[in-house]
Structure formats: structure tokens, C-alpha cells
Design a binder for this molecule. Structure first.
Ligand SMILES: [Zn+2]
Length: 194
């Protein structure tokens, strides 16, 4: 897509280094780089309306597929129209990741022609947002599930790029397991002394 020709406010931002076209391998559109993109560069900022789970889950499938979960029970939904920045597809081996709840940044250098992708497990943790996946880049998880954010491979690949509400869960689980480890080591110490 060319740079905007006027200064009308939009509900989304997409880098002028990107364009929307049909994906060669998937049914539907995707976002592609037309210029080189540096690591950390902002590629998109999403907008929309914040809706609770019952409204998000009841949206028609063609709208629901563009919903981004931003809190445990809050969802960003493009209710008025689908903007180009919504069309970024999932990949299990992504080249972009979140910075905050609604900003997408490059995880590495991206060449012109590459499709812009991120791992939907870094935003979504609701069963109604699960979907079958067929990534071109392997390995693919085959299905993107609500609890994928708990997988060690997903956490390692997207470290520092989870939606804040999921990062809080990850931090809380890490803290709980550390406390458990400390407690279990306390349990065995009297036996050692005995
Ligand atoms: Zn996949």
C-alpha cells in the first residue's frame, strides 16, 4: 500500500514499507514487506473497539478472525471495518512480535517480499480464538490453542513480546514454581541433617 495521500485519522497504523496482497500459500490476504525492515521497527499499531468475551465470541467468523485479545476478558475488535493492519497472519515461526498490547514490531531483519507474521499465541488465550494452522515455515504446531502461551518453545521464541496480560501470567507461574522449588528443598533438608 502506498503512503497515505491525506492526513485523515485512521483506526490503525501500518508501516508504509508494507503492502497487502494475496498470500500464495493461504486462502486470503496477508501483509508483505516492500522495503527492508530493521529489528525493533514498528510495523503496525492496531485499533478498534474494546469488547467483552460474550460479544467477541458472537461476532461473525469473518470479523472474529481479526479479533485481538488484550486482557483476560477484553478483546480488540474491528467492528466498523477491516483495516490493512488487521490482515497480518499468524505463523508459528514469526518475524514480528508484540510491544505492548496493540503494537507489532520486527523481531529480526525482514527482507522485501517476506510476509509479516506474528504468533497469535502471544495475544490470544481463549478457546473461541483457536484455529487450525498450516505454516509454510516449519515447524508448525498444526493447531494454535488457547494454552499455547504456556509452551516453553513459544515462550522462548517470543520472550519479551507477549501481550502484558499474558506476561503477567507467565511471571506469576514462574514465581509459583520457584516458591514450590524452595518449599520442596526445605522439606528435604531436615532428612539430610538427620
Ligand atoms: Zn503453524
Amino acid at each position: 500500500m502506498d503512503a497515505p495521500s491525506d492526513n485523515k485519522p485512521t483506526s490503525n497504523h501500518m508501516s508504509p514499507k508494507l503492502t497487502v496482497r494475496l498470500s500464495s500459500d493461504k486462502s486470503g490476504q496477508g501483509v508483505f514487506a516492500v522495503e527492508p525492515i530493521d529489528p525493533g521497527e514498528v510495523v503496525a499499531v492496531w485499533g478498534g473497539r474494546i469488547v467483552p468475551e460474550d460479544i467477541a465470541a458472537a461476532l461473525p467468523p469473518q470479523t472474529r478472525r481479526y479479533v485481538v485479545q488484550v486482557e483476560s476478558d477484553q478483546y480488540l475488535a474491528p467492528l466498523e471495518r477491516i483495516d490493512p493492519a488487521e490482515l497480518v497472519n499468524h505463523c508459528c515461526q514469526p518475524n514480528c512480535g508484540l510491544s505492548g498490547q496493540i503494537t507489532l514490531v520486527a523481531l529480526r531483519h525482514i527482507e522485501p517480499g517476506e510476509e509479516i507474521t506474528f504468533d497469535y499465541a502471544t495475544t490470544d488465550s481463549s478457546p473461541f480464538l483457536e484455529f487450525e494452522c498450516a505454516c509454510v515455515k516449519k515447524p508448525c504446531r498444526n493447531k494454535v490453542r488457547a494454552d499455547d502461551w504456556q509452551r516453553s518453545d513459544v515462550q522462548a521464541a517470543n520472550r519479551g513480546h507477549f501481550s502484558p496480560y499474558l506476561q503477567r501470567r507467565i511471571d506469576s507461574q514462574a514465581h509459583d514454581s520457584q516458591v514450590q522449588e524452595e518449599n520442596s528443598s526445605k522439606d528435604v533438608s531436615p532428612a539430610r541433617r538427620g
